[in-house]
Design a protein. Sequence first.
Length: 259
Amino acid sequence: MARDFAGKRALVLGVANKRSIAWAIAQELAAGGATLAFTYQGERIEKSVRDLAATVDTSLVTECDVRSDGDLARVFGEVGEAFGGELDILVHSVAFAHAEDLEGRFTDTPRDRFLLAIDISAYSLVACARAAEPLMEKAGGGSIVTMTYLGGERAVPHYNVMGVAKATLDASVRYLAWDLGRKNIRVNAVSAGPVRTLAARSIAGFPTMEAIVEERAPLHRHVTAEDVGAAAAYLLGDGAVNVTGTTLYVDSGYHSMGM
Ligand code: NAD
Ligand code: 0WE
């Protein structure tokens, strides 16, 4: 059966509002019967995340800035308490680069903002996986999914330092999959085509990117958060029992084209 998450306990990082990819994934998990924990970054979006969390079976909503080791230690402590020391599923759907680094030339990226983008968008997966490891081991195994983008493998104009961060994230998925495989913990990524979310809408030229996908991708249609949620649910579920260290493209086939 598709989407059977009965009795599963999941932690979801990266919900900002109802358009967030993380929220589409959370809804899939909730529909399959999972119990959820959510983190949010900053008081600005706390209410939005609490309101969404209240519509599903939620055990915990707590603040987490993934740059902070202190926040991560507290959050995974709270998750352990909420879920009896166990965790089955981790959804990592977090990325950030300074807006000015997503325009202009990659060449001009200063050191501090290069490191910031990699810290928030890639290292955070490593830190979360390490903190989740004992909880998932106690559960007999687990599944981790993160969100990536083609700009980590090819040069997409203006994606710039985020592309370097996604390349780091993609490699981290493979090394985490190797380390954690012995504990029956799977680690995978979903590579989504452009999806109209909060993080994406503020980007100049986003409608142009959607139009390019609609013109050139084999399926000639743009991607929605719901499409991404369904693919993530597959990787997070028992149907993907022997799938780890890989990337599932939900991009209407765009990545397979050479023109
Ligand atoms: P979104 O804005 O809804 O989600 C991004 C999240 O990152 C937000 O919830 C934000 O609070 C969180 N975040 C940023 N800095 C943080 C920090 N320091 N600590 C904790 N959380 C922090 O946008 P989205 O499009 O749903 O993005 C989710 C993921 O999907 C990102 O990894 C993004 O790169 C990836 N992605 C998006 C697209 C797209 O076109 N929207 C395509 C491919 C991949
Ligand atoms: O990963 C992303 C976007 C992530 C993102 C978005 C923002 C906007 C607001 C990271 N940091 C910020 N910082 C902000 O201040 N995507 C895959 C969507 C995206 O972003 C692009 C894209 C695509 C696609 C930027 C330039 C070119 C293409």
